[in-house]
Design a protein around this ligand. Sequence first.
Ligand code: ADP
Ligand code: LRH
Length: 488
Amino acid sequence: MMAVDFGASSGRAVTGHFDGERLSIQEVHRFANEPVQLGDRLHWDFLRLFHELKQGMVKAKQQLGRTPASIAVDTWGVDYGLVDPKGQLVGNPGHYRDLRSEPAMREALKLIPEADLYARTGIQSSSINTVYQLLAEEQLSFGQNAGDWRMLFMPDLFHYYLSGVMASEYTIASTSGLLDPVKRDWNIPVMETLSLPPSLFNPIIMPGTRVGELRPDICAELSVDGMPVIAASGHDTAAAVASIPAEASRYAFISSGTWSLMGIELDEPILTERSRQLLFSNEGGAEGKIRLLKNIMGLWLLQECRRTWAMEGYQLGYAELTEMAEHAPRNSSYIDAGDAVFLPPGNMPQRIQEYCRATGQPVPQSRPEIVRCILESLAFKYRQTLGEIEELTGERLEHIHMVGGGIQNRLLCQLTASVTGKTVIAGPVEATSIGNLMMQAKAHGEVHNLAEIRQVVRQSFPPETYLPQDADEWEERYRKYHQLLVRH
Ligand code: ADP
Ligand code: LRH
């Protein structure tokens, strides 16, 4: 099988072989996935990425010695493309780290009060949400033929151009702010109140559904045989959560990559006023589960520092940056890693310094100090969020499962264990691709449910455990963070 994962730090094509007990994976293609600023809008580079996907298919065939048994694409949430009745893209898909949807969000919330919208969709209001991006689409309101267009989330858009079939997979649709989280289907009354035509949206299909077959012209172009295109789990975070190698029934998770998505898996959504105030969203998971989670800025903060420093002539790898932070002077400044001020691309070191100055804290000056400030602030945010999850669910959680590329930052895993006082179980790194592949295996009937998927992942990719250290010191420092940032 073949998974293609479009992450913000890179895109990758991974093949997976399931022998009935274990999954083995091999990365066959990794490529940049950089957005392009064109005019006043930030875009996906869709055509280039479709080309990279094809390169991945060619390399997968070379590596396996035959055409994979199936293919599935996942991407980050919320973004989409618009397609006209002839199947042509209506412009390049927009990228959510573009602040054009902020005014649209304010307008929408005049039509439906935020508390009401949350109770009906279970999604925290953020300018990145599909609903606000759609409302901000000038073409949608002004285009003459918009009534015939279809909206396809990014994984669905790739699947459409691979198979010619339009569908809307549940996990990715659940990031839109336009689903009814109880019915797990489109929320037509919300669309109507916001004047979004329901005809834009395709029917929802559940993760693990076969969308169609690879188009014959693509088979001919790439010299590959036909294969099923599967909507495995279109949302990268949902795929990552599906692959958590959990044994315990209750645990918190952190999907650690460009974002940190921290939450818990539930059978039904929590749509209370308290959950809205605490900024939790109810997104969809495999088997119709609910991922109650919070978006935390995550390693994006570090990615943007790295990019800024590279432009200033300092090329630093992640391993090097982490090592610098290990030896940094004792940190005494924190940022709120949930603050939307850190959302758009830009000079992140400067933004962090300004944040510390504005909150009356010592301003971190050196690169090691800034990296340390980011990592400790993330760990503190995780502790705060864990307390909130425990409050909302009424359960005490003893384990945190961390998955994704971010667990290669061992300092962050250790800080998370020490600051929260919980056992951190870290792995797998390629959780998203693994979740994608195992949901394909499920579609092939090779495994039957989420519990079996998780058992296979546990057997195939044994995780690493981190235990808390220096509990008293971290308790004291968290108190300071709490006084400074959480109470205000
Ligand atoms: P996404 O798919 O969300 O873009 P990934 O799961 O690929 O993200 O994780 C990317 C993050 O992993 C990077 O931002 C970086 O901080 C971290 N990372 C990658 N490689 C290393 C490494 N060798 N050491 C420490 N951290 C790393
Ligand atoms: C992580 C992620 C997250 C979304 C964000 C847009 O990659 O999918 O779950 O909220 O990107």
